[in-house]
Design a protein around this ligand. Sequence first.
Ligand code: XMP
Length: 516
Amino acid sequence: MGEAAPATVVILDFGAQYGQLIARRVREANVYSELLPWDTPWEEIAARAPAAVILSGGPESTLAPDAPGVDRRLWDAGVPVLGICYGIQLIARDLGGTLVPATHREYGPTTFELLERSPLTAGAAERSRVWMSHGDTVEKPPPGFSVIGHTPRCAIAAMGDPRRRIYGVQFHPEVVHTEAGHRILSNFLHGIADIKSTWRMESFVEQSVAEIRRTVGEGRVICALSGGVDSAVAATLVARAIGERLTCIFVDTGLLRLGEAESVVAAFRDVLHLRVVKVDAQERFLARLAGVVDPEEKRIRIGHEFIAIFEEEARKLLDVEWLVQGTLYPDVIESKTPGSKAGHKIKSHHNVGGLPATMNLKLIEPLRLLFKDEVRAVGRVLGLPSEIVERQPFPGPGLAVRVLGEVTSDRLRTLRLADAIVTGEIEGAHLAPHPWQYFAVLTPLQSVGVMGDGRTYANLVAVRAITSEDGMTADWARLPHDLLERISTRIVNEVPGINRIAYDVTSKPPATVEWE
Ligand code: XMP
């Protein structure tokens, strides 16, 4: 007998900023979910036999004449429903409650106070902090509903009809700032909808592998491995699905850290048994970078050279139709959000995003619905070595943006030695919390020093270590002084050409993480 299909929760997306965050919270409760557009016809929803439906928030007003709504057959289907923000307002509108239009909008934290006992809030504190982001509010609940709790500015912040198992909350239980959020979602899924916690990251792996097999059929696939966790996990998933029909191209730009190219190739070939074509392109990159000091010019030249090499290699392989990319959900939202980073270019980020347009390859993005830490969890399930799964972010243009001024093989060698000391010492210190990213920067600045009775006139190395959630903002890490001292002493003693060390104490903004 085959295993029963896992219980599915359908999340209907009304254009919420947090749609995938709801899906992620449902995964954290070990329940499988699918995010579908709000106008999905009931037949398609019913085909998934959902064990529960969650209605997301959204930017519109339910009071607008053409406001997005749900297929009304949902209300009579006997399926438990949780409406969040816009979702609670839809419940009120469709089932006979009333709404008040926004006179002011409410954003940010406020205090939620329970008014009655409900299975939705079982175990939650009488008063807790919740996070709001809305305009309209529910004025009168529909028949059969009672008010579960309120906040100072929202009389009906949670309501429910236990008989029909339909509930709504005006606040956002999916964001971490809502203290009882996890409990409310878990109460809804496990208590009210009676769903068992059976879904695991292993299930994600199995589902993705099956989906990749279906999509690719007998086709051939290539990917660009960078050594980073995203491309590694994406490639390993595809290899699980289609084995030898995946070829990974690893371009050794000569801009990697000490021993990195060798260890990446060894991990992929010997541990993960992927088919890896290693291209030694150090000379080509050095030639392209000769005499270039402008940071943008470096980034652009490296990006172009990378694409040129990738195309040359791809052309040598026959019948390739597909390209795998390790795109994550935050990249997807960022690229869709007008006015975000794309609006104001700070740096030309280097990735292989430009490839399919010129090469006519179809894209597979198996991680497009996941967040970074979930990708790491998938990597662990796939058995990736911890040096890849836990690897800190590394810029596409590599050490070229950490060698300030011209990039030469001598200057790269100097930086590699200094950087190995910085990373080795910080990792050896087992700090808690561990900095998010840390590295050395070679500056062209020279200063006077004294070593063994002699005058030196040598370069300055800067040490950068930051704390961050996502690299978008960052603070400098408060490293212990004795650790900084060890780093400084070792670099000056062990790396020829360096006589002074500075520690970077700038946050982002106003600085960026990388120096170029
Ligand atoms: P910045 O310097 O922009 O860096 O504050 C933010 C984060 O992004 C990394 N970074 C890059 N990552 N391609 C990447 O994939 C790039 O071109 C690139 N440049 C910077 C940087 O290391 C930090 O984690």
